[in-house]
Design a protein around this ligand. Structure first.
Ligand SMILES: Cc1cc2nc3c(=O)[nH]c(=O)nc-3n(C[C@H](O)[C@H](O)[C@H](O)COP(=O)(O)OP(=O)(O)OC[C@H]3O[C@@H](n4cnc5c(N)ncnc54)[C@H](O)[C@@H]3O)c2cc1C
Ligand SMILES: *[C@@H]1O[C@H](CO)[C@@H](O)[C@H](O)[C@H]1NC(C)=O
Ligand SMILES: *[C@@H]1O[C@H](CO)[C@@H](O)[C@H](O)[C@H]1NC(C)=O
Ligand SMILES: *[C@@H]1O[C@H](CO)[C@@H](O)[C@H](O)[C@H]1NC(C)=O
Ligand SMILES: *[C@@H]1O[C@H](CO)[C@@H](O)[C@H](O)[C@H]1NC(C)=O
Ligand SMILES: *[C@@H]1O[C@H](CO)[C@@H](O)[C@H](O)[C@H]1NC(C)=O
Length: 553
């Protein structure tokens, strides 16, 4: 791959520009299609042997619905009206096709969205809230090579690969190397690393974005830039500063981390409000202070009690990963967290790759080759979901827990879910400006709230959305404030949105931007102004270019 400015297409583009009148820019969708096809065609037929119909899917192609739906992971956005969907989808096989797609979109004044794994909680990688802005969807599903290099403990992964595929390749190459990214194997590395990426090794190694050595980015000029060519500011911004903002990541170079050949996983559940309250309270005091090698997550939900038929009760499921043997783990737990009453019985010793299957919820003894199918058969799946997030700096008092339980009993459709991921360990040692992710020292844990449902209709949806908003509002006094922190990968459009025309003011975006990035938001906006001043790459919550708000000179 060469990193020189890309120029091969420009003469052709200029010709097309001359042949077209400026009115096509917002003319009928059909007109834009043919211009796009012409532009891409002129490029593709000279550079590849792939025939165009395989790569470009317009609403007129038979392939369009299946290509569009294949990577939708939230069926809230599955039956989206045509005006919010892409005017065409391109599924590039090569990096140069990604470059062409960017240049052609730019020339035609088309907006673009890029999709890797499609897990965006608000569907921002494939639907738009601005029907007046036709967009091209660049779907990276065909760019998913993973190349592991054991001697240098690193791997190049193309952005369209999903975590299950990455984990599979690493495990095939080594039993004692791993990568500290997310739990759900169908999530794409393109989106996840662009927003952070936490998993069961968070306390030992930090986030996925903390473990990136290099990247290849296609910028708004259609250039392919590696770390040296993009410079340290841009390289800083792309590691967690939000997707679809600085350009299109075509590949990441991962720093692999050492893991023991055998480690221990456990799952233990507590039921009944009283018992749960007691253990959760104790958990808050210890979870971020345990040895770095031990991560215990907590999932709160509501279940039907087996003890008192028909009654619902609160369940707390504790899942732990210990980078060591069961015996040592039990000693640590006895000293630090005896209230959990963990015994040998709930513990399983396994390899790291088996633990990836275990925490993703695969049945016992599933072959790790199953991870190659994680795009379509991952056990972690929601039908319709709305997510929100918070960061906690002071222990939740009993009355907060009681208020949460009360709200858990409210929803008629369920199940309501709350997941807690402790920080501490390496997370609190990494500086809060090392990468854009700012929630470091002082954070005890992160909360993820989910409303999950499968019923149809606006009324059902409204009830679920009202419920999660109510819970979020209730939590206000107990969580971080000024600004109230939020996790970029738990995208939540309730926090605020860019102006759909793309002319969003920096000040307007600051409101939610500082929730996600705190003091790093301004630096992100300055990087954005340098790499993409025309705000070509954007969505409802992308960081806009920095503009000084002091009066005109
Ligand atoms: C079931 C489920 C489980 C999850 N589990 C975890 C977890 O364990 N840990 C965790 O940290 N998060 C988790 N998440 C959140 C997840 O990390 C984010 O939703 C992430 O953004 C998804 O990445 P993606 O590539 O799958 O999504 P996409 O929807 O493809 O992309 C998300 C955003 O990034 C942009 N983008 C995608 N690819 C690129 C690219 N190549 N270059 C530039 N921009 C790009 C998109 O335009 C969009 O704005 C989970 C989400 C779901 C739905
Ligand atoms: C989207 O709709 C298609 C066709 O109705 C269906 O096959 C697919 O499973 C749906 N996907 C989701 C995530 O709901
Ligand atoms: C992916 O890897 C295969 C096999 O190594 C190679 O033939 C192909 O060119 C690679 N694709 C890309 C887009 O790099
Ligand atoms: C609550 O905890 C006690 C003590 O560990 C246990 O005996 C009891 O069975 C628990 N109750 C439920 C409903 O789980
Ligand atoms: C799977 O393993 C867990 C713990 O390792 C055990 O509790 C459970 O019973 C096992 N399930 C089956 C079907 O063997
Ligand atoms: C899983 O494998 C272990 C040993 O390899 C075996 O003892 C156990 O019975 C298996 N469990 C299931 C559910 O097949």
């Amino acid at each position: 791959m060469d990193f020189l400015p890309y120029s091969g297409l420009l003469p052709t583009l200029y010709l097309i520009f001359l042949l077209s009148s400026s009115t096509w820019i917002v003319s009928s969708a059909f007109g834009v299609h043919s211009d796009l096809l012409l532009c891409l065609h002129s490029r593709y037929t000279t550079t590849t042997s792939t025939s165009m119909p395989d790569l470009i899917h317009t609403p007129l192609s038979a392939s369009y619905p299946s290509v569009f739906q294949f990577s939708i992971r939230n069926s809230r956005f599955n039956d989206t009206s045509a005006s919010r969907k892409p005017i065409a989808i391109i599924t590039p096989n090569t990096v140069s096709q990604v470059q062409s797609a960017v240049l052609c979109s730019r020339l035609l004044h088309l907006h673009v969205r890029v999709r890797s794994g499609g897990h965006d909680f608000e569907g921002m990688s494939y639907v738009s809230s601005a029907p007046s802005q036709p967009f091209l969807l660049i779907d990276l599903i065909n760019l998913r090579n993973v190349t592991v290099d054991v001697p240098t403990k690193s791997a190049w992964v193309q952005a369209g690969a999903v975590l299950g595929e990455v984990y599979h390749s690493i495990a095939s190459a080594s039993e004692t190397l791993a990568f500290p990214a997310g739990i759900c194997p169908s999530v794409g590395v393109g989106g996840q690393i662009s927003g952070g990426g936490y998993g069961m090794m968070l306390r030992k190694y930090g986030m996925a974005a903390d473990n990136i050595l290099d990247a290849h980015l296609v910028d708004a000029e259609g250039r392919v830039l590696d770390r040296a060519a993009m410079g340290e500011d841009v390289f800083w911004a792309i590691r967690g500063g939000g997707g679809n903002t600085y350009g299109i990541i075509v590949s990441w170079k991962l720093k692999l981390v050492p893991v023991p050949a055998r480690l221990t996983g456990f799952t233990i559940s507590k039921t009944s409000e009283r018992n749960v309250t007691k253990v959760v309270d104790r958990y808050q005091h210890v979870a971020d202070k345990l040895p770095d090698e031990l991560m215990i997550t907590l999932m709160l939900n509501r279940i039907r009690s087996t003890a008192s038929q028909g009654q619902t009760t609160i369940e707390a499921v504790f899942q732990g990963l210990y980078l060591g043997e069961t015996e040592t783990l039990l000693t640590v737990m006895k000293q630090s967290f005896p209230e959990l009453e963990l015994t040998q019985e709930e513990c399983t010793e396994m390899s790291w790759i088996e633990s990836a299957l275990y925490f993703a919820g695969y049945p016992n003894n599933t072959s790790y080759h199953e991870l190659l199918n994680s795009r379509s058969s991952s056990p972690v799946q929601f039908d319709k979901v709305k997510a929100k997030s918070d960061y906690v700096q002071r222990m939740l008092p009993a009355k907060a827990l009681q208020g949460i339980w009360k709200r858990f009993y409210q929803v008629e459709l369920g199940p309501p879910l709350m997941q807690i991921f402790p920080h501490g360990g390496e997370m609190s040692r990494i500086s809060d400006s090392s990468i854009p992710y700012p929630h470091r020292s002082g954070i005890i844990f992160k909360i993820q709230y989910y409303a999950v449902w499968s019923g149809e209709g606006k009324e059902v949806e409204k009830r679920q959305l009202d419920w999660i908003k109510g819970l979020y509002k209730f939590m206000t006094p107990y969580v971080s404030n000024n600004p109230r922190g939020a996790y970029p990968n738990s995208r939540d459009l309730d926090l605020g949105m860019n102006d759909p025309t793309g002319n969003t003011g920096y000040e307007q975006a600051r409101v939610w931007g500082e929730q996600y990035f705190k003091h790093n938001f301004e630096r992100l906006a300055r990087v954005k102004a340098a790499i993409d001043p025309s705000n070509f790459f954007r969505n409802e919550q992308s960081v806009p270019p920095f503009v000084r708000m002091t009066g005109r000179v």
